[in-house]
Structure formats: structure tokens, C-alpha cells
Ligand binder design. Structure first.
Ligand code: AMP
Length: 282
């Protein structure tokens, strides 16, 4: 497995792979890798000739009061995990590589960035869209692999690719969960034992929503109330949102008449967790 931090060298290598006719899959990450990230690499391996991962804790997607400084950085362990999965190349740029002196160009994110995470994390999707576009430039892959765990992020990236005519396909991969249902996240390691237990509320709320919809409830409002009740029963510290939304536009749904997505953001102590699930009418 090759590990490169120079964007010029990385571009040359990926460009050469393309010229050799190789299909290239790209998995952007911020490191602190877990089975969720590795499942994206596995999918890239299955569908492409070359699987490439990037590890970069992107400062521009963190707000001033967020956890950029303390975000877990476990590079050597990450590289070992990626090598075990048969990853072909890892790009690990420095901050100075990605944001050189004078860097001042940013992507204005698409409208699907405006709700939910948008107002709660001002500037977050601007940072995400900018870094993802930069990575697509440096590593011109055929397919970008992203996790459904960050549902709105995938919607933002898809819309950006459509709006900017980017020649890359976006694959959204299933959320990998712990055995009790908690969605894997690099931030789970911040949770105290009590918070870890109470964090199950997010999964339980999604289960409650699924049950209600399967029983025939078609009111988005009622399902949202059931999710909130479950989050409160599980003693999450606060709820940023718990909503039933359209799978593409992410607009709130009043009457459930086709596929919908339940999206949740909640806080346990200082840790903010998100989760979601797709519900189909049976
Ligand atoms: P991050 O390092 O948090 O930026 O995540 C990198 C990629 O891994 C993103 O596309 C995430 O959506 C994806 N990811 C994070 N957690 C999971 C998970 N539990 N299951 C599947 N994909 C995930």
C-alpha cells in the first residue's frame, strides 16, 4: 500500500492509473477509522480496480466551538487497518498542502445544505463541499464512496456533482452499527459509559419510527413525536432535530406516501451524534 502526502505526486499516480484503464474508487475520511470506514474501502475494492483512501482532518468543516483540535488522530493504526483491507493508496496531506497561504476559494454549498445540519453547524457544508471537490481534483476517481450515516452530506455531495458537472459517480453505503445498534462514529470514543448507554436512544428512536410506519401511521408529525419520546425516554441530553424527510430534497414530510428518511441529531454531554434510517411503506 502506497502512502503519499504530496498532491502533485498523488495526481500523477492516479492519472497514470486512469490511463492504464483502471477503474478507481475513492474513500475520503478524516481518519480514526472504524468498521464503517473500512466497509467503504471494501465496497471500493469490490467494484473498482484500485481502492484509494484519504485521511485528512479538514479544519474548514469545523466550527469555532467544535472539536477540531481534539478530533482523534490515529494515523499509524489507520494505515494498518487500510493495509489489512487491501487498500492500494492512501493520501495523507498536510494542512499546508490543502490550504496553502492565501487560499480563499470555497464552494457555496447547494440548497440541500440549508436545513438540519446547515443552521446548527454554520459553514460545515461549505467546508465539506470544498474539501471533497479538492480531493476529487487531486484524485480523479471514477467513483466516490460515502456513508449513508452522514445522510445530508451525501445529498450535498451528489447535488454538488450534478451542479458542477463533476465526472464522478457517488455511491452511498449502508451504515455500519455496533452489535447493539449504535451507528459507528469516530466520535463515539468521546462518550462516557453512561452517555454510551443513553446514545442508544438514537437507534431506538429510529426503530420506533419504523414500527409506527409499518403499523400504518402516515403522519410525519406523529412519527416525529414518537422519535422524540423515545429519545427523551433514553435520556439523551438534548435533541437538535428528529424529523421525517423526503429522501432527496430532505424537506419535512407531512403525509408519508412513499419512501421517507428519519433523521436525528442529539447530544450526550459534549458529544453530538447523528443517525438516520430509510423507511419504505410495506
Ligand atoms: P468521516 O471520517 O467521519 O468524515 O467519515 C468518512 C466516511 O465514512 C464518510 O463518508 C462517512 O459517512 C462514512 N462513515 C462514517 N461512519 C460510518 C458508518 N458507521 N457506516 C458507514 N459509513 C460511515
Amino acid at each position: 500500500m502506497k502512502v503519499l502526502s504530496s498532491s502533485e505526486e498523488t495526481y500523477r499516480l492516479v492519472d497514470q492509473m486512469r490511463m492504464e484503464g483502471k477503474r478507481i474508487g475513492l474513500v475520503p475520511t478524516m481518519g480514526a477509522l472504524h468498521e464503517g470506514h473500512l466497509s467503504l474501502v471494501q465496497r471500493a475494492k469490490q467494484q473498482c480496480d484500485m481502492a484509494i483512501a484519504t485521511i485528512f482532518v479538514n479544519p474548514s468543516q469545523f466550527g469555532p466551538n467544535e472539536d477540531f483540535q481534539k478530533y482523534p488522530r490515529t494515523l499509524q493504526n489507520d494505515l494498518n487497518l487500510l493495509a489489512d483491507k487491501g487498500c492500494d493508496l492512501v493520501f495523507t496531506p498536510t494542512n499546508a498542502q490543502m490550504y496553502p497561504q492565501g487560499h480563499s476559494t470555497f464552494i457555496e454549498p447547494p440548497s440541500v445544505a440549508e436545513a438540519w445540519e446547515g443552521p446548527i453547524r454554520p459553514g460545515h457544508f461549505r467546508g465539506v463541499a470544498t474539501i471533497v471537490l479538492k480531493l476529487f481534483q487531486i484524485l480523479p476517481a471514477h467513483v466516490g464512496y460515502f456513508g449513508r450515516k452522514d445522510y445530508q452530506q451525501v445529498a450535498v455531495i451528489r447535488a454538488m456533482c450534478r451542479d458542477l458537472n463533476l465526472p464522478i459517480a457517488i455511491e452511498a453505503c449502508q451504515t455500519v452499527r455496533e452489535s447493539d445498534g449504535l451507528a459507528m462514529s469516530s466520535r463515539n470514543r468521546y462518550l462516557s459509559p453512561s452517555e454510551r448507554q443513553r446514545a442508544l436512544g438514537l437507534f431506538r428512536a429510529l426503530e420506533a419510527a419504523e414500527k409506527l410506519i409499518q403499523e400504518g401511521c402516515i403522519s410525519g408529525r406523529q412519527v416525529e413525536q414518537a422519535m422524540r419520546k423515545e429519545l427523551e425516554t433514553s435520556l439523551v441530553d438534548s435533541i437538535d432535530y428528529a424529523a421525517i424527510v423526503h429522501p432527496d430534497t430532505l424537506e419535512s414530510i407531512e403525509t408519508i406516501d412513499s419512501e421517507v428518511v428519519g433523521i436525528i441529531a442529539a447530544r450526550l454531554g459534549a458529544t453530538r451524534l447523528i443517525d438516520n434510517a430509510t423507511f419504505r411503506l410495506t
